[in-house]
Write a protein that binds this ligand. Structure first.
Ligand code: SF4
Length: 336
């Protein structure tokens, strides 16, 4: 999978780093002082991830937690995300990471004890001033589960959140890699959330990810084991059969988990920052995005015109509620 693995000298003995290097015995390993001196220092085209991908194993420096933007999750409670990795082994044509870093190389951070300490401090601070919940999300700059059988940190995160039931953890994924979670006892405050699209949309845009059937199977297994499930119907890409394709998707989902049992369903339409849009145009010039009308919104994002966005969001929200989802568990993502 990786041509070269760069590892920071200080963490060669780190248990998570060892676990990762043991999984890629054929890759050349190069010791470095600081990943920051190499990662993204020279522009590496995004599509080189297909055949020239390197891995960095490092300690996350600087802020370990960041406040999540508005409308990141259900409203009324604070949301944070922590960074366990940069970049992703998958290749979705709309992925905002293609305009974010200077390189598609993967960085896996292994100072989980420090990240967990920062999370626990934030929980304790919050608990003193509020009786509401507090949320932490993984997967802002990567997929939360795609490599979780190799990175091995999930048991520690489960242990922490099982001690703090007023704090919630969301593990967000497009993978079907639930091997690690299956081994761990569920907790009501730890939600595994899956991003879903109709099967043809996955085939057309989510390259190298598991297909819809595999993701549904993973949801079914975790649900049967008692793990709370979240769903992201995001990004929705307009097609003339949008309504029918989402009816079919929701019916398939409803067969394996009643929609009323899903913790939350987020609904969002495809949107790009200007940089990502330029990258998408360059990397996927044949993409159907460019056959639809797109405009620049007040927030600077390139997206469908407002009436069209609202029609899509309300239509899909309504389809969820019609099929049994609790109205207050369906929220519209990143919309004013
Ligand atoms: S799974 Fe998420 S992070 Fe990975 S390529 Fe797709 S959109 Fe990007």
């Amino acid at each position: 999978m990786f041509n070269k693995i760069f590892i920071e000298k200080d963490i060669i003995e780190n248990q998570f780093a060892k676990r990762i290097t043991d999984s890629f015995k054929k890759s050349t390993i190069i010791e470095i002082d600081n990943y920051y001196d190499f990662f993204g220092k020279v522009k590496k085209p995004y599509l080189q991830k297909r055949d020239n991908l390197n891995l960095f194993i490092a300690n996350k420096k600087g802020a370990l937690l960041k406040e999540a933007p508005d409308a990141y999750g259900l409203s009324g409670e604070p949301h944070f995300y922590y960074v366990h990795a940069y970049n992703c082994i998958y290749e979705c044509s709309y992925c905002y990471l293609q305009g974010y870093f200077n390189s598609p190389d993967l960085v896996l951070f292994v100072n989980h004890e420090e990240i967990l300490k920062a999370i626990e401090e934030e929980i304790v601070k919050h608990t003193k001033s509020s009786d509401k919940g507090i949320w932490f999300h993984a997967g802002e700059f990567s997929d939360s589960l795609a490599l979780s059988h190799i990175t091995g940190e999930l048991p520690l995160y489960f242990d922490l959140f099982k001690k703090h039931l007023n704090a919630y953890l969301e593990l967000r994924t497009k993978s079907a890699n639930i091997k690690e979670i299956e081994k761990i006892a569920p907790s009501p405050n730890i939600v595994t959330s899956f991003s879903l699209s109709p099967d043809e949309r996955i085939k057309a845009h989510d390259y190298k990810t598991p297909g819809l059937r595999a993701r549904l199977k993973a949801i079914e297994k975790l649900h049967n084991l008692g793990h709370p499930i979240g769903i992201h119907l995001d990004p929705i890409i307009y097609t003339t059969d949008l309504e029918d394709s989402y009816i079919q998707l929701l019916d398939q989902l409803n067969e394996i988990i009643p929609l009323k049992d899903i913790e939350y369903i987020s609904v969002g339409v495809v949107r790009f920052t200007k940089d990502v849009y330029n990258q998408v145009k360059m990397n996927y010039p044949e993409s159907e995005y460019f056959y639809s009308e797109l405009i620049k919104g007040h927030d600077g994002k390139i997206k469908y015109p407002r009436p069209m966005r609202h029609w899509i969001l309300n239509k899909v929200r309504h389809l969820c509620i019609e099929r049994g989802a609790n109205a207050d568990s369906v929220y519209l993502c990143m919309e004013d």
